[in-house]
Design a protein around this ligand. Structure first.
Ligand SMILES: Nc1nc2c(ncn2[C@@H]2O[C@H](COP(=O)(O)OP(=O)(O)O)[C@@H](O)[C@H]2O)c(=O)[nH]1
Ligand SMILES: [Mg+2]
Length: 224
């Protein structure tokens, strides 16, 4: 079962940004958090929504709606904090519903848990293969969490960076327990990537439109 939760944090806007609002349509972004269990997906989500780290989160799958204002623009984040399937065959599986719903993905592993890094590797492969079939370009960010537990590190930063490089996605190492800023950067960076991907798609559609109208004009000329 997926629970839907509403969260609303608004920052006061200056008069100039209020003027900009009138011209800027609201941006909505569906973000799916993936990764093995216990890596800190819920901790990351709750940190972003409330700025707090509360320690224990339970195993509830939820979709949170979070309203924000960034650079004078209204943003609506829908954040799906998922649960990883436990059976080994389904480990790393992402449902079609999740793939179709998502505008962007945050794939989380724990730097102290090597198997969780392998789950992310499988999930990245799964998403990239599905995206090829669907011609989708929703961006991915890989996050190595629990950076505060250096003494228990099992995955080097370099390995995380290399995986991200090979899958053409961004990479962050953070500690949801220690700091809010890193978590904020992850969500804001993904929002930027989502907006870039949308602009590219729109640009490509516009270009196809121009090509279609040009060929219509030249086509007509040939028959005249
Ligand atoms: N030390 C440390 N513990 C963390 C961090 N993030 C999450 N945890 C802990 O890891 C456990 C699992 O976190 P949770 O968010 O429930 O993981 P999820 O199953 O992926 O949603 C909890 O006990 C959290 O308190 C972190 O950055 N550092
Ligand atoms: Mg959780």
């Amino acid at each position: 079962m997926v629970v839907q939760v509403e969260s609303r944090i608004r920052y006061s806007s200056s008069s100039s940004s209020r003027r900009m609002e009138a011209h800027q349509p609201k941006v909505e972004a569906n973000i799916l958090l993936l990764g093995a269990e216990n890596v800190g997906k819920s901790a990351l989500t709750v940190r972003f929504l409330t700025r707090r780290f509360i320690g224990e989160y339970g195993s509830i799958e939820s979709i949170y709606t979070h309203h924000d204002k960034i650079d004078g623009r209204d943003i609506c984040f829908n954040i799906w904090d998922s649960i990883c399937p436990q059976n080994i065959e389904e480990l790393g599986h992402i449902s079609d519903r999740q793939l179709q719903w998502s505008d962007g993905f945050i794939l989380v592993y724990s730097i102290c848990d090597r198997p969780s890094f392998e789950v992310v590797r499988r999930q990245v492969q799964h998403i990239r293969q599905a995206q090829q079939k669907l011609s989708s370009s929703a961006p991915l960010i890989i996050v190595g969490n629990k950076r505060d537990l250096q003494h228990r590190r099992a995955v080097s930063s370099e390995e995380g960076r290399l995986l991200a490089l090979s899958a053409d996605c961004d990479f962050f190492e953070i500690s949801a327990a220690e700091a809010y800023h890193g978590v904020l950067m992850v969500f804001h960076e993904l929002l930027e990537l989502i907006r870039e991907a949308r602009a590219l798609k729109k640009g490509a559609a516009g270009f196809r439109g121009i090509v279609r109208s040009m060929s219509a004009v030249f086509g007509r000329k040939r028959t005249e």
